[in-house]
Design a protein around this ligand. Structure first.
Ligand code: NAP
Length: 282
């Protein structure tokens, strides 16, 4: 019997997860299919019940359900619960268990593309949404020395600092408003990462002046469409190392695939499928 995987979110028009996972399924020749489930918020609870009845093997969760889906699950992995969001659900003997592979996907990709090691480093993280929770958690877990969280809604940055401060005490965290990113000592940052949706097609640009950063600094953006955002273009022009969002997408997907199938994911094939799909969606 063909096992069903998929992605749940709304809207899902530009998701490249279907070609990414189908490329892995075809390469390994396994009897799985990965489908897109565009579900309206008022239908989420019903859909989850249906997924259990239909014995769906597993699915990814994306905007806007990474946090709101959590109460409908039977179990949540400890790491995902600390992050406060899930992006992967696995059906384990009829029980739906939530995981989060975004943070490890980010870190694997950051290391792969730039060689950056967060240990002891000063980080400016822009954003305080679901992706920011996972990226911040992963950077702190990897030993980041100090993390400043800047966000449009300052209160959300404050809340994220308080949430993470429970697991990473010792004054490692600070919150600021988005209008403060060009002030103070942020030019001392070793890593600046955008985790907001700013920079997605037609959605403005991060206003940070990257020319003040040290030449060793890495500028990272988890937005993957376009692959090189305006923020990354300016960083590249300033001679800085850059890190785009495609690698995170591939590695979080590969980790989900491993959880569902127990198989080693063909990461390079998945990466080629993502790059091809992004070119087609440009
Ligand atoms: N590469 C990958 O694998 C990967 C994985 C996950 C997510 N992403 C991308 O990451 C982005 C964020 O996703 P998410 O799940 O964290 O979304 P989210 O939970 O909705 O959070 C959105 C964040 O962006 C900020 N924001 C949105 N519009 C803004 C604007 N016009 N000006 C200033 N700030 C704005 C929000 O600030 P407020 O708090 O003020 O609203 C919040 O910090 C999306 O583009 C998504 O595609 C990429």
């Amino acid at each position: 019997m063909t096992l069903i995987l998929g992605i749940v979110g709304h809207p899902l028009d530009h998701s490249v997860s279907v070609p990414m996972h189908m490329s892995a399924i075809f390469t390994l020749g396994i009897d799985y299919v990965y489908l897109s489930f565009d579900i309206l918020p008022e239908n989420l609870s019903h859909a989850i019940g249906q997924f259990k009845r239909e014995n769906i093997k597993g699915f990814n969760v994306t905007i806007p359900y990474k946090e709101t889906i959590m109460p409908y699950l039977d179990d949540i992995d400890e790491r995902a619960s600390r992050i406060g969001a899930v992006n992967t659900i696995n059906n384990e003997s009829g029980r739906l268990k939530g995981y989060n592979t975004d943070g490890t996907g980010y870190l694997t990709s950051l290391r792969e593309q730039t060689g950056f090691d967060p240990r002891g480093k000063q980080v400016l993280l822009i954003g305080a949404g679901g992706a920011a929770h996972a990226v911040a958690y992963a950077l702190l877990e990897a030993g980041a020395g100090h993390l400043t969280i800047a966000n449009r809604t300052r209160e959300h940055a404050d809340m994220l600092c308080r949430h993470l401060g429970v697991y990473f005490p010792g004054g490692l965290l600070r919150s600021i408003g988005m209008d403060e990113i060009n002030e103070g000592d942020h030019t001392q940052s070793d890593l600046v990462v955008n985790t907001t949706s700013i920079g997605m097609k037609g959605a403005g640009d991060i206003t940070m002046d990257v020319t003040g950063l040290g030449k060793h600094a890495v500028v990272s953006d988890i937005v993957y469409n376009p692959l090189e955002t305006g923020f990354l273009k300016r960083a590249r022009a300033a001679g800085l190392a850059i890190h785009d969002g495609a690698g995170m997408l591939v590695h979080q997907g590969a980790e989900s695939f491993r959880l569902w199938t127990g198989l080693r994911p063909p990461v390079d094939v998945m990466r080629q499928a993502v790059l091809k799909a992004l070119q087609e969606h440009r």
